[in-house]
Design a protein. Structure first.
Length: 275
């Protein structure tokens, strides 16, 4: 029986890099998982694979590019479909901006029983957020001296809450009950940028406490996981790091920090955790 996992991420969330590295490990048989049939179209991750193989940082998917992508995964006796209805992260921005889902997103949400949300904490914006500060005339005056107030722009913390609310609504979630049907895995990407020994849960709590409160209020604890991910392992900003990728291959790098704080070099375990 086939299961569907829905991957969700904003631009620069590292979702593209993860899928490229994930597929490379499947190809090299460096995973407990395997493909149960040939992938029909690798074009969504082609550019990322080419960049990583050359020791270069992958670029984000162009905003105008719209493609379907999925990986047919075999896990023990189970078949799991990893689906990305729209690979460009701008599609996720549009969902919150317009408060609506297109037909493909609605279908993918309805068919999926596990969602993976990629968040790059080092790139979240800190727009005015009532969870951080009370807006007052004094704050307004001090803000006007340094920079203009940007109207109608929510913080990333509020963005992710609204995004999850929209997706839950499409799924037909009853807010009077704790979610016991759909699993949510929050992945804190580019973990090597964090320079911390804390567990992913504690990092999310310190960075986006309102988001953590929302998911804990709406998900059964057994269906909620928070994991750290470094899909590349380190930035490709030095000749030495680029040479490592060129010599050893991109599939040799990357790691996960699991909920209990332990680290594993098998990034494909993320999908096992999401199951």
């Amino acid at each position: 029986m086939s299961k569907s996992i829905l991957l969700i991420g904003k631009p620069h969330s590292s979702k593209t890099v993860f899928l490229s590295q994930f597929y490379s490990r499947l190809q090299k048989k460096k995973s407990n998982l395997k493909l149960y049939k040939t992938v029909d179209d690798l074009s969504p991750i082609f550019a990322a694979r080419e960049s990583l193989s050359a020791g270069e940082e992958p670029q984000t998917t162009p905003a105008e590019k719209s493609v379907k992508f999925y990986l047919p995964i075999q896990f023990s006796e189970k078949q799991v479909d990893l689906r990305c209805p729209e690979y460009g992260g701008e599609q996720v921005l549009s969902i919150v901006e317009n408060r609506e889902l297109n037909k493909e997103w609605k279908t993918s949400i309805n068919e999926s029983n596990s969602w993976i949300l990629f968040i790059r904490l080092n790139s979240v914006n800190k727009s005015l957020d009532i969870s951080d500060i009370t807006f007052s005339e004094q704050h307004k005056k001090s803000t006007e001296k340094t920079q203009p107030i940007i109207e109608d722009k929510i913080s990333d913390q509020s963005f992710f809450i609204e995004l999850l609310q929209i997706i839950l609504h499409s799924k037909g979630y009853d807010y009077h009950l704790i979610n016991k049907k759909v699993k949510l895995t929050i992945v804190l990407t580019c973990w090597d940028e964090m320079n911390t020994e804390e567990k992913p849960y504690d990092v999310l709590k310190s960075k986006l406490p309102l988001l953590l409160n929302f998911v804990e209020s709406n998900w059964n604890s057994e269906l909620l996981k928070i994991i750290g991910l470094s899909a590349q392992g380190f930035p490709l900003d030095t000749p030495e790091n680029k040479e490592k990728y060129l010599i050893e291959g991109p599939e040799e790098f990357g790691y996960l920090v699991l909920a209990d704080g332990t680290q594993t070099n098998d990034i494909t375990q993320l999908i096992e955790e999401a199951l």
